[in-house]
Design a binder for this molecule. Structure first.
Ligand SMILES: [Zn+2]
Ligand SMILES: [Zn+2]
Length: 645
């Protein structure tokens, strides 16, 4: 018998050679129907693979990330089987699971595959899935593997085999298809109930443009038809909310190839919105004891040699700018931290002065390959809402709590309700990998966990995910469509204080190293605004909306009254504009709805006589007649619901 321990620490006995599927069955038939794979001693295994030793087990279903990716990997194999049916002699590259679904890179030889083939391939996949063919794992020798794929004539698999060691090679077969594969896979094809092929694209073998271009076919599968329908609806909704599309429609930002790819140009409305975000955070930071600083956009090469960035990223960064006379080299600033370290060093510090909190909306530049650029989420120049806290080791916890407070204040003001925190710790087995004393690490790790608990954060703690220079806490935010975004990092750093030889004088009159904490609640303004646009579908919270109202005169006769209204409302600290066009009021309302302006203020004869406004709310309709002060109160009350001062 072997002992199997479960995530809830329960331990049960099973005969040697038991499979995860049998274990699931011993718990409940319902569970067994949903088990896709299992985590055995932290490694993902087929649910049908025999377990011969004492082990820890976690059964993986569709609800887990690993369950999904096992299903999608298996779906790639199933698609390959369907493809082989229609395209005999097809050669296969690699077919991995991805964040949403899977792909397979294939070489169809003379033939070509287009989206017109999707329907018949999808139908075949479902037909094969219904056969409930088992995924069978087989260990093979390298020689046998080579002879199998030589006979099949698949040079891509042979190329992959070159890198594999004898004794570590496995094949997986289902139905008529056999693949070189590490696994793991779902028990049988019947778990796949719905499939959608998404797109085809070209992809060079091994990502190298000197190699042959293969056809990459993307697909996604689900255990229920209903899940697929929901996914497709979500995709449609995501398309409507795409920040690149809305950014254009709402005139927030643009790009110009002439300026350079990945370098956003903020249009007046976008710049104003961004400035409001900055001011909002600047105010909160001032109250929290931060001191604003400003540093240049470039820095001397020596700065980044000291910080270690040169060694690590120099070759993959924008290349140096050289001075014409002295031959000096400068780099575009990839991070603000080295500059802030030099600011800290500009005067001596006593333990009583700490923490020193230096904040900057610092614009940094990082080289991203052109193919990686994407709207505002992957750019080459962006502004971080950056700050560096220099503190004593005994202040780490308090500083974490304060930063968490600030991040939660930001989330609340912007209507993000669903968030979790991930705490990344050292790998306890590999402590020599990390810089900084054991004592400091242990203390910081414990205190970050305590800080998160005191703030009631939903937290997961992951060992081995910390950077070599310190533990960290990351916030994950779910947007309105349930997609996860990483936002708001708080990162301890023992490395830069060392490299820059930062010091403070302790109460013992000796020199000590401060601990540095990097933190950015938004991350970057670019990425954050992209997320915000997609989260609220362009319907920004009132305090942030580029225009809070638009005045719609019923005819040109009332344009002068509209101007008077605009001035008055500006005095109430509200912002908006007038639609002075000679258009029917119905048309003006429709256009204002498209622009997602929160309030439409209709003015005509009656309103002019009674010094009032007819108010309509975007997406909702008529709110009735308001005096100027009552309207102002309505807007300001609404704003206060978000921003609590
Ligand atoms: Zn595989
Ligand atoms: Zn930093």
């Amino acid at each position: 018998m072997i002992q199997v321990s479960f995530p809830d620490k329960q331990v049960r006995e099973y005969p040697k050679g038991v499979t995860a599927m049998e274990i699931a069955k011993s718990i409940s038939e319902g569970l067994a129907r949903n088990v896709l794979a299992a985590k055995i001693n932290g490694e993902i295994w087929d649910a049908t693979r025999p377990i011969h030793d004492h082990a820890s087990i976690e059964l993986l279903t569709w609800d887990s990330k690993e369950g999904k990716s096992t299903m999608w990997h298996s779906s790639a194999h199933l698609m390959a089987e369907a493809l082989e049916f229609y395209f005999p002699g097809m050669k296969f590259g690699i077919g991995p699971p991805i964040e949403n679904g899977f792909y397979y890179d294939v070489d169809a030889g003379e033939k070509s595959i287009s989206s017109e083939d999707f329907k018949k391939i999808e139908d075949k996949i479902i037909e094969l899935a219904r056969l409930e063919s088992k995924f069978e794992r087989k260990e093979v020798s390298k020689a046998d593997a080579i002879s199998y794929f030589t006979e099949k004539g698949d040079e891509y698999k042979l190329d992959l085999l070159k890198d594999l060691e004898d004794g570590k090679i496995t094949f997986y077969s289902q139905g008529q298809f056999t693949d070189l594969c590490r696994g793991p896979h779902i028990p049988h094809t019947g778990f796949i109930k719905a499939i959608k092929l998404m797109s085809v694209a070209g992809a060079y073998w091994r990502g190298d443009e000197k190699n042959k271009q293969l056809t990459r076919i993307y697909g996604i599968t689900f255990p229920k038809q209903k899940d697929l329908t929901e996914y497709l609806t979500l995709l449609e909704e995501a398309k409507k909310r795409d920040h690149r599309k809305l950014g254009k429609e709402l005139e927030l930002f643009t790009f110009s190839e002439k300026v350079g790819m990945g370098l956003p140009l903020w249009l007046p409305k976008g710049a104003a919105l961004r400035e409001r975000l900055e001011n909002f955070l600047k105010k909160a930071q001032l109250e929290a004891g931060y001191q604003p600083v400003i540093t240049p956009h470039i820095g001397h090469k020596q700065l980044y040699v000291t910080s270690g960035h040169y060694e690590k990223y120099g070759a993959d960064a924008f290349q140096p700018i050289k001075t014409p006379q002295e031959g000096e080299e400068f780099f575009l600033k990839p991070m603000n931290c080295p500059h802030h370290c030099e600011i800290y060093k500009s005067k001596p510090h006593s333990y009583k002065d700490l923490p020193v909190r230096l904040a900057e909306f610092g614009t940094v530049y990082r080289y991203e390959q052109s193919g990686e650029l994407h709207g505002l989420t992957r750019v080459r120049g962006f502004t971080q809402d950056d700050a560096h806290l220099f503190c004593r080791p005994d202040q780490v916890k308090e500083e974490f709590i304060k930063v968490i407070d600030l991040v939660l204040y930001v989330f609340q003001s912007l209507d993000f309700k669903d968030y979790t925190a991930q705490i990344s710790l050292r790998d306890p087995e590999n402590k020599q990998k990390y810089i900084g004393s054991d004592e400091n690490w242990e203390r910081a790790e414990r205190e970050i966990i305590e800080a998160a608990a005191e703030k009631n954060l939903k937290t997961s703690v992951v060992e081995g995910e910390a950077a070599f220079y310190g533990p960290k806490l990351d916030f994950m935010v779910k947007d309105a469509l349930g997609r996860s975004w990483q936002l708001g990092t708080i990162q301890v750093d023992y490395n830069l204080p060392e490299r820059f030889e930062l010091e403070y004088t302790g109460s013992d009159n000796q020199k000590h190293r401060p601990v540095m904490i990097h933190r950015a609640p938004f991350g970057s303004l670019e990425r954050f605004i992209a997320l915000l646009i997609e989260h609220c579908a362009g319907n920004f919270p009132l305090w942030l909306a580029p225009d809070q109202f638009i005045i719609l005169p019923i005819s040109e006769k009332y344009n002068d009254y509209a101007k008077k209204v605009l001035k008055l409302l500006n005095n109430y600290d509200l912002r908006g504009l007038i639609d002075e066009r000679d258009e029917k009021i119905g048309r003006k309302i429709r256009d204002a709805e498209v622009k997602k302006i929160p309030f439409m203020l209709i003015v005509g004869e009656k309103e002019m006589e009674t010094e009032s406004l007819s108010v309509r709310l975007h997406g909702k309709g008529d709110l009735g007649s308001y005096s100027f002060s009552a309207f102002s109160e309505l807007v300001h009350d609404e704003i206060k619901k978000n921003i609590h001062n």
